[in-house]
Design a binder for this molecule. Structure first.
Ligand code: SAM
Length: 296
């Protein structure tokens, strides 16, 4: 009578699993379990997951999203830090022989090595996850900076963070996170998720972010790390002009100011602009020009 058991992500089954294992969601690990089957299926659809795909999941929890992924993907490898959840996952995912759970902190994992060891080559690779919110940005930065090439990344996060990641120049939410993410990938919000879809309910609403490989840029920075730290420096005081922020980064000595001015003239960027007006291309051009000027 296996068919009678509702899927893991239904509210009734989620509650039953939490009760059966006496699980209390750990706030410190960002444990909010998604219990809405439509939303779970829509996340998998946003990643266009097919039987060809290898999928990495971060934080399977009690296995709600993992189950939906396992039903459609070729293989799923999921990293879960909380060892108390391992016996739960053993039972909830018993029927799926294409799932491997790895009990590790995603921030300490050597992702390229896991991909090489766990997946047969020749399949598209996707990352699909309901991320632990307290480390959303470090996880995405680590993933995007690793040498692993994902065909798609579909991740749930706090709506406010997703808004910052997709923000355009000139908007209030635009900042260093927008520039860095948009440098790495094409970033879009797939759909919003209300807080009521979780057990326990978080204090914030969520959104599903989809990242796909971006088209090549007309100009590239001489070094990624230099671009990132330059962008961060430019947004240190977002209410101040670019001119002020640049002096904050490079110094105020008359000789340095002259060189800053020369770079602004070369790149034809006004010193009066606030950093939030600069595009990704502006930031890349400035990074390269300051490098050529010997300031970086
Ligand atoms: N995927 C489940 C769902 O959608 O219901 C649970 C998502 S819950 C928001 C985040 C999960 O990430 C939790 O299971 C938590 O234990 C796990 N987690 C937290 N920090 C982690 C880390 N550093 N590495 C791996 N997993 C982590």
């Amino acid at each position: 009578m296996k068919n009678a058991v509702p899927e893991i992500g239904s509210p009734a089954r989620t509650k039953a699993i939490l009760n059966r294992y006496h699980l209390v969601a750990k706030k410190s690990l960002g444990q909010n379990f998604l219990s809405d089957l439509n939303i779970l299926r829509n996340i998998v659809a946003a990643g266009d997951v097919t039987e060809q795909d290898n999928v990495i999941e971060i934080g399977p929890g009690i296995g709600a999203l993992t189950e939906q992924l396992a039903k459609r993907a070729h293989k799923v490898v999921a990293f879960e830090i909380d060892e108390n959840l391992l016996p739960v996952l053993d039972e909830t995912l018993l029927d799926y022989n294409n799932v491997k759970i790895i009990n590790e902190d995603i921030l300490k994992v050597n992702l390229p090595e896991v991909v090489k060891d766990e997946f047969e080559p020749g399949h598209p690779l996707k990352l699909v996850a309901n991320l632990p919110y307290y480390i959303t940005t470090p996880i995405l930065m680590a993933v995007l900076q690793s040498t692993v090439d994902f065909d798609a990344i579909v991740v749930m996060m706090q709506a406010e963070v997703a808004d910052r990641m997709v923000a355009s120049p000139g908007s209030k939410a635009y900042g260093s996170l927008s520039v860095v993410m948009q440098y790495r990938a094409h970033v879009e919000i797939a759909f919003d998720v209300p807080r009521t879809a979780f057990i326990p309910q978080p204090n914030v609403d969520s959104a599903i972010l989809r990242l796909t490989p971006r088209e090549p840029l007309p100009v590239n920075p001489y070094e990624d790390k230099a671009l990132f730290s330059f962008v961060k420096g430019c947004f240190a005081h977002r209410r101040k002009s670019l001119w002020n922020n640049l002096q904050g980064i490079f110094g105020k000595q008359p000789e340095v100011r002259e060189r800053i001015e020369s770079v602004l003239n070369q790149t034809k960027i006004s010193r009066q602009l606030r950093p939030e007006r600069l595009t990704l291309i502006n930031f890349i051009e400035l990074t390269n020009a300051f490098h050529n000027e010997g300031l970086m």
